[in-house]
Design a protein around this ligand. Structure first.
Ligand code: MG
Length: 171
């Protein structure tokens, strides 16, 4: 039987992943509205990844005999600036998520829950990728600066990001 403290923390992390998905959905809407459909596509792919993270934890908690307790998802940000501001905001969100995963790992370590530690290793590696992908886009946007044609090239590139067809199932 899973420790109730771990159960609560995993439920909290499921909420955090769903909150991230909701925020990326809001950002995708913002990019659609500002005619940057490539950036919107990128954010939709990101949103699907977050849903997949939530499902990985959901499936894991069920496998361990835990109870799923879904919580309200926070309202996403409303006032977004230009793409650079948005990606800086997204990087901050990912950094917070990394902290949250690390805290969950620490709790699993303190409680000698080796299965949860093992499951979380995938998330720890994934967060390295998540932060790097935000930083890469920030670097490109900084290079583009105020050059609108560079922004349009970048928008086109962002439009080519494709998702994993198996995503969102948590498999
Ligand atoms: Mg995530």
């Amino acid at each position: 039987m899973i420790d109730p403290k771990i159960e609560d923390a995993i439920n909290g992390q499921i909420n955090q992943e769903l909150t991230a998905a909701y925020s990326y959905l809001a950002i995708a809407a913002h990019f659609e509205k500002t005619n940057l459909s490539g950036f919107a596509n990128w954010m939709h792919q990101q949103r699907l990844e977050e849903l997949d993270h939530a499902m990985k934890l959901f499936n894991y908690l069920i496998d361990r005999g835990g109870e799923i307790k879904l919580q309200a998802v926070e309202n996403p940000h409303k006032d977004f600036g230009g793409p650079l501001d948005v990606f800086k905001l997204a990087l901050g969100m990912e950094q917070n998520n990394t902290k949250s995963i690390n805290e969950l790992y620490r709790l699993a370590t303190d409680l000698n829950d080796y299965a949860t530690q093992s499951h979380l290793k995938w998330f720890i590696d994934e967060q390295v990728e998540e932060e790097k992908s935000m930083e890469d886009v920030i670097a490109m946007l900084e290079l583009a600066g105020d050059d609108r044609s560079a922004l349009l090239v970048l928008n086109q590139q962002m439009g080519s990001r494709q998702g994993d067809p198996a995503a969102v199932t948590g498999e």
